[in-house]
Design a protein. Structure first.
Length: 258
């Protein structure tokens, strides 16, 4: 028996219907396929079609430090990419509206989510899993988009991966600044003396003191001194929830009004 809440389908059926990660950095495109399954959309896009519609961006793993960090700033997809991708995949017959949750979510997040689900909406959460990490657990390496198929008073059920996220963790991940922590080793291993970091010395990069932190990291490692495990850089993503619905449905018209 399901606990009190709202479900698109029960966990057993959700697991059977779930599409798991379709490619590198492709959680956004994967979330759109899972959303279309929940909306009973036919025909479903292929993984390649979904990836191309979203324009999934990859990390530049072989690039110098500054170019690598710029790729980490926007690798994968943002909520804007998801909405634009859904427009392409459905010829705008499925509409989406993003609700930014930073610095705080709606007063009653549970009821807010239930209201959208009962209206026929399908939600995709744009999360920063680096927030709310239990003590002793490793820090995740990226932001993540997950389709939500169930909500109960204590948390939500998501796909890719199929898991339960309690609200006390979800709210931290939904209410994050647009930043991402990069492993120190990922920076040090790419550093060359001729690297030009002017591209990461402006705007939000300067506000977060990224160049200074990189130089301090390199110095401390060279001097065999204790050093930070990560460097925080800006991120293109915004934390929150995108609600999708069929354009000609009640929820679709509600989304178009907002």
């Amino acid at each position: 028996m399901l606990p009190r809440g709202c479900f698109i389908y029960p966990p057993e059926e959700a697991k059977e219907r779930e599409v798991t990660q379709i490619g590198v950095s492709a959680c956004g495109a994967t979330s759109l396929i899972n959303t279309l399954i929940a909306l009973d959309w036919k025909p479903l896009p292929t993984p390649n079609e979904a990836n191309e519609a979203v324009c999934t961006r990859l990390r530049k793993l072989d690039a110098p430090t500054s170019e690598f960090l710029l790729s980490r700033y926007e690798s994968g997809a943002t909520h804007e990419d998801l909405i634009r991708g859904m427009d392409i995949l459905t010829s705008k017959d499925v509409v989406g509206q993003f609700y930014h949750m930073y610095p705080s979510p709606p007063p009653d997040l549970y009821q807010w989510m239930v209201n959208w689900m009962k209206m026929g909406g399908v939600m995709v959460a744009s999360l920063n899993p680096q927030q709310g990490v239990p003590q002793g657990q490793p820090l995740p390496d990226a932001w993540h988009h997950q389709m939500i198929y169930g909500v109960i008073t204590s948390g939500v059920f998501t796909l890719n991966p199929h898991e339960y996220i309690p609200f006390h963790i979800l709210e931290k991940q939904l209410c994050s600044e647009s930043v991402i922590k990069i492993k120190a080793n990922d920076i040090v291993s790419r550093w060359r003396i001729e690297d030009d970091i002017d591209a990461i010395s402006q705007g939000r990069w300067a506000a977060l003191q990224v160049p200074q932190r990189i130089y301090r990291l390199l110095y401390n490692i060279h001097m065999c001194q204790p050093h930070d495990s990560h460097v925080t850089i800006p991120a293109a993503y915004k934390s929150g929830i995108t609600v999708f619905g069929l354009r000609d449905s009640e929820v679709g018209q509600k989304l178009l009004e907002n």
